[in-house]
Design a protein around this ligand. Structure first.
Ligand SMILES: [Zn+2]
Length: 232
């Protein structure tokens, strides 16, 4: 028996830009313990299972440089892999080893409105997504006694022109999102993390809405870190 979950990362419902003072932001996300939620909160737990390699389909939107956007996406995976954080918490404190063997002709099993069937390959690509989602992760896991190992995870970034930026926040930024920050969030789903409340924990990377023109999500907050630490 397989379970399937669908997670969208949406913009704030108002679409407005939220400004966070860096020092306050950093302090909050590092001090508050916050809840760490797993995808199947009613189940016995979730583990990495077979999911640890991923392939990219290289249909990068024209406005993004293929090579550097891929580097940023891979850095998002690395943030989860090694636990990069600004809180002084130890890196490489858990057993996640994420690797990419390269590209594939397959596409993510993700539709504009949801998830399609698992094909036993882990694929990251760009494609259409219905608003308000800007990225989506579909995670498929097995239901076994005492464990729900993740079998596969696919990630899709919305292909709309101008939605993402690579590297640091561009000057005059408006309504654009760090692809590394979004990738970090989506890789968090791929390893079984659920959202935490946007209203209660807006500074955690696994909160349910993204903040535009910010690099805050290109690292882990304390509850993001705790969720991975507890389960890997
Ligand atoms: Zn999400």
């Amino acid at each position: 028996m397989r379970g399937k979950v669908q997670l969208d990362w949406t913009t704030t419902s108002s679409g407005s830009l939220r400004l966070l003072h860096r020092s306050t932001h950093r302090q909050r996300r590092c001090i508050q313990p916050g809840p760490a939620r797993l995808l199947n909160t009613t189940g016995p737990g979730i583990s990495m299972g077979a999911w640890s390699t991923y392939r990219a389909v290289w249909t990068t939107p024209n406005y993004l440089n293929a090579s550097t956007s891929w580097t940023d996406i891979a850095d998002g995976g690395s943030n989860i892999d090694r636990g990069y954080n600004e809180c002084g918490l130890a890196q490489n404190a858990w057993n996640i080893s994420l690797t990419s063997p390269g590209t594939t002709s397959r596409t993510a099993n993700i539709t504009a409105s949801g998830c399609s069937s698992d094909d036993d390959d882990d694929v990251i690509d760009f494609g259409p997504l219905d608003a308000p989602a800007i990225a989506r992760t579909c995670t498929w896991y097995l239901s076994l006694p005492g464990d729900n190992p993740i079998n596969n995870a696919d990630i899709r970034f919305k292909s709309t022109t101008g939605l993402y930026f690579i590297g640091s926040v561009p000057s005059g930024c408006s309504g654009r999102y760090s692809i590394e920050g979004v990738a970090t969030h989506e890789f968090g789903h791929a390893f079984g993390l659920n959202h935490v409340s946007e209203s209660s924990y807006p500074t955690e990377t696994m909160s349910s809405a993204a903040t535009s023109c910010s690099l805050a999500d290109a690292s882990l907050g304390r509850s993001d870190y705790a969720g991975l630490y507890d389960h890997y």
